[in-house]
Design a protein around this ligand. Structure first.
Ligand code: 26Q
Length: 777
């Protein structure tokens, strides 16, 4: 703490002069970002070193994740150092606006919730002095950049996020490791990113591996005039960490993905063993006393056989190595959906990493021997979740309802045999980025009432509860209005659409997936549009429905939904009768930075997955924290959100897990279609030419009414939940007219959001799973 901003400014100026021969005023955003980043790295280096030394001898935890969605680091780092405003002022005094760095690209080394959770966890661990480090992959290209073509279709572009340099990591070539595949060996070179704690001198580490060839150039081939061949080894290595897989919900059995997972696993474990031996000597039997490894879903699950392999290579036997691995690992599950569970073909696995395949088979044999009825390999397919449960100390879900479903349903057989291993750790979000940084206006308002400690102790927000009155609601509404004005400016600039900050802002931002039911939202908007045109919704408060979502590039249905929403948006926005009444906006390239602008401006947070499908959700928490009311189902963390903030302050609709279970088998969506003329009119726009559509929308229509060979009709119950959804949505709209009463509902949500700090989550992991305590130096 007590970072010296003047010093950082001087470093920045020196770097600009040295590297670019420009002054602070002459520098462009990229040069400024690079130089300021280096200044910050200088400023934190002593604390970073000391933090590493302090945790050397003691027990610590490691988070291994294929994804870290860290977003833009410059403001978040300055914020956590406590000097964002000072630096802004120092720059302003010299005629430079720090806001120019808003053009710096996000580091999107993750798809969505799971990757952003990993980033929030690192922030929380650093801020609460918990000795947790992260291991991940340094993808050359992060999640694709999204734009819409004139037809409204999603187009993907490569995200070359580091093309102007990356000031936030050090390349540590001296810690490079070798990773061996059946047919070649590659280098994994670590890049270390500091994780700067808030209100503490502690600085954590995120170590990202980047693949390189052992030999940059094959000189034999080169001398033979075969330039092409000379480069193939280099490319083959670099290909492995070339790009982040853009799927976040369906698993894909690709060879390159195995290689990514194995590099992540092998490099991270080799690194841990190296450090262990340096500190504790060659006796590896105590490894699990000092190292605890949290697997972020099964993506890094090859770490399990890899640790066993490495220990056996050091002379331990299989049983001993297995026991150490079982004590070392813990596994977090993030999904209940079958199609997302990782299953690898054993022969494919064997052709890439033969020793790993052998060890997995040995683990499977042991399991079958000791616990008949349980298995890891079946029909020559390796079930990575089963491997992760068997060789872990603890398994957890990410919200209460989700953890319950894991026990009752998905892993029922496992729960029977190992009940003591199953836990829940409800997700959270870091209040620094998702309140302090993205909503300084609301932060200031709260600080004025309850003091400034809540960003480190979010439960203190509850102190607001007895203070909620007309006066506070007015002030809250004024802040919300300001955030809407700011968002309107951004959307005008980025999307070319003019919005009115007096509208109600109804927001659904998240990855695009059928189960998240963006199509349900869209159909209800079309219904509302027709009713407004007929004049049958007389006191509808003017509303903008705002969507932000990326679809996996190969997910045709999801892309069809985007195209459909863009087309209804065009129809509605161009209809003069809708002026001052209704707008629909689908923003392009929704990412972390866009979220930081949208979330503080939202009045309504849509969390509308059918009960039992969304493991937790974390956007729901970010929106709650910024005072949006939830329009949602009793799914994921919504259950806990309304338990904290009250049903009366949110808009809960739809079937529950139990009621869905009981209607499931007799469900007939066509009967609902036939009996609900308004819903039918909305659905028919998928096929009747009201808006331009194509075969893809026709396919959506038939999937809802007739089903396909792999899913029954309306697999996600859009029609079943439709009426109660619309009722809740219109009720929220009516309530919004009473602005003070609505503002109070919003404030109850803010005041009840304490539980959803990732500081709470990370403390629970530390206490119940990792068995580690905060370490200070
Ligand atoms: C797997 C294999 C091959 C390629 C890609 C993948 C892959 C990648 C990412 C599979 C899944 C993901 C991401 C899943 C995810 O983000 N899940 C979300 O996790 C959040 C944090 O726990 C929850 O809040 C969300 O409910 C859950 O959907």
């Amino acid at each position: 703490m007590n970072y010296d901003s003047l010093n950082i400014l001087q470093w920045t100026e020196a770097r600009l002069k040295y590297a670019h021969d420009v002054t602070l005023q002459e520098a462009d955003a990229n040069a400024l970002h690079e130089a300021l980043g280096q200044g910050v790295m200088m400023a934190v280096s002593d604390n970073w070193k000391r933090s590493k030394q302090a945790r050397m001898q003691s027990r610590k935890a490691y988070y291994i994740s294929a994804e870290y969605l860290i977003g833009r680091l410059v403001y978040a780092n300055l914020y956590n150092m406590g000097i964002l405003e000072e630096i802004r002022q120092l720059f302003a005094q010299r005629g430079v606006d720090l806001a120019c760095l808003e053009e710096i690209e996000d580091a999107a080394l993750g798809n969505g919730g799971l990757g952003r959770l990993a980033a929030c966890f690192l922030d929380s661990a650093a801020s609460t002095d918990i000795p947790l480090s992260g291991y991940g992959l340094r993808y050359r290209f992060g999640l694709f950049k999204q734009s819409f073509d004139p037809e409204g279709s999603q187009k993907e572009n490569a995200d070359d996020w580091a093309k102007f340099g990356d000031p936030w990591s050090y390349r540590r070539y001296n810690h490079t490791v070798r990773v061996q595949f059946a047919d070649h060996t590659v280098l994994a070179v670590p890049y270390d990113v500091p994780v700067i704690g808030y209100g503490t001198a502690n600085v954590g580490t995120l170590r990202l591996w980047q693949c390189e060839a052992e030999q940059e150039l094959d000189f034999t081939a080169f001398n033979d005039q075969d330039y092409f061949r000379a480069l193939t080894q280099k490319n083959r290595a670099e290909d492995i960490t070339r790009v982040l897989y853009p799927n976040d919900s369906t698993w894909e059995g690709k060879r390159l993905r195995i290689k990514q997972q194995y590099v992540l696993s092998s490099a991270s474990l080799q690194d841990m063993l190296r450090v262990y031996k340096g500190v504790h000597g060659p006796d590896l039997s105590r490894f699990a006393d000092f190292y605890c490894v949290q697997l972020n879903d099964t993506h890094p699950a090859m770490s399990i056989p890899e640790l066993i392999r490495l220990l056996m290579q050091e002379g331990l036997d299989f049983e001993g190595s297995f026991a150490i691995a079982q004590r070392t690992f813990c596994y977090t599950n993030h999904t209940v959906m079958g199609e997302a569970l990782e299953k690898w073909d054993l022969e494919l696995l064997r052709s890439v990493v033969p020793e790993i395949a052998d060890i997995i088979c040995r683990i499977d044999e042991k399991l079958r021997r000791e616990h008949p009825g349980l298995w890891i390999v079946e029909n020559n397919t390796v079930h990575m979740a089963n491997l992760s449960i068997y060789v872990s100390s603890f398994i957890n879900g990410v919200a209460e309802i989700h953890s319950q479903i894991l026990k009752d349903d998905v892993f029922q057989n496992w729960y029977r045999v190992f009940p003591e291993r199953f836990q829940n750790k409800t997700n959270g979000v870091t209040p620094r980025r998702w309140l302090g940084l993205c909503n300084p206006e609301l932060t200031q308002l709260i600080k004025y009432r309850i003091g400034g400690d809540f960003l480190k102790d979010l439960d203190q927000l509850a102190k607001l509860k007895p203070m909620i009155d007309d006066d506070l609601a007015r002030q809250f509404n004024a802040v919300k209005r300001q955030k809407k004005e700011q968002l309107c400016r951004l959307i005008a600039q980025r999307e070319g659409i003019k919005l009115d900050p007096d509208f109600l802002f109804d927001v659904q931002v998240k990855r695009l997936h059928e189960y998240k039911r963006q199509l349900l939202n869209a159909l209800s908007v079309v219904d509302i549009y027709f009713r407004l045109k007929e004049g049958s919704l007389p006191d509808f408060h003017p509303t903008v429905y705002l969507f932000g979502a990326k679809a996996a590039p190969g997910y045709a249905r999801a892309k069809a939904v985007i195209r459909y929403i863009n087309r209804i948006a065009r129809m509605i926005n161009n209809d003069p009768q809708m002026d001052g009444k209704l707008k629909v906006v689908f923003v392009q390239n929704y990412n972390c930075s866009y979220a930081e602008a949208i979330i503080p401006a939202a009045d309504i947070s849509q969390q509308i997955s059918p009960a039992g499908t969304e493991a937790s959700g974390t956007g729901n928490m970010k929106l709650m924290l910024n005072g949006a009311v939830t329009l949602g189902t009793l799914d994921g963390a919504n259950v806990e959100i309304v338990r904290e903030a009250g049903q009366e302050n949110n808009y809960i609709f739809g079937n529950t897990v139990e009621s869905l279970r009981s209607v499931r088998d007799s469900y007939n969506p066509r009967a609902i279609y036939d009996s609900n003329p308004r819903l039918r009119r909305a659905m028919d726009t998928l096929v009747d030419g009201t808006v331009p559509t194509d075969d893809a929308q026709r396919e959506l229509y038939h999937a809802l009414l007739d089903g396909t060979h792999w899913h029954r009709a309306d697999h996600y119950f859009l029609l079943l939940d439709y009426e109660s959804y619309l009722e809740a949505k219109l009720r929220a709209n009516r309530d919004y007219a009473h602005r003070l009463a609505f503002g109070k509902k919003c404030l109850y949500n803010v005041a009840s959001a304490g539980k959803f700090s990732s500081d709470r989550t990370i403390r629970e992991y530390a206490r119940d799973i990792w068995k580690i305590r905060p370490t200070q130096y």
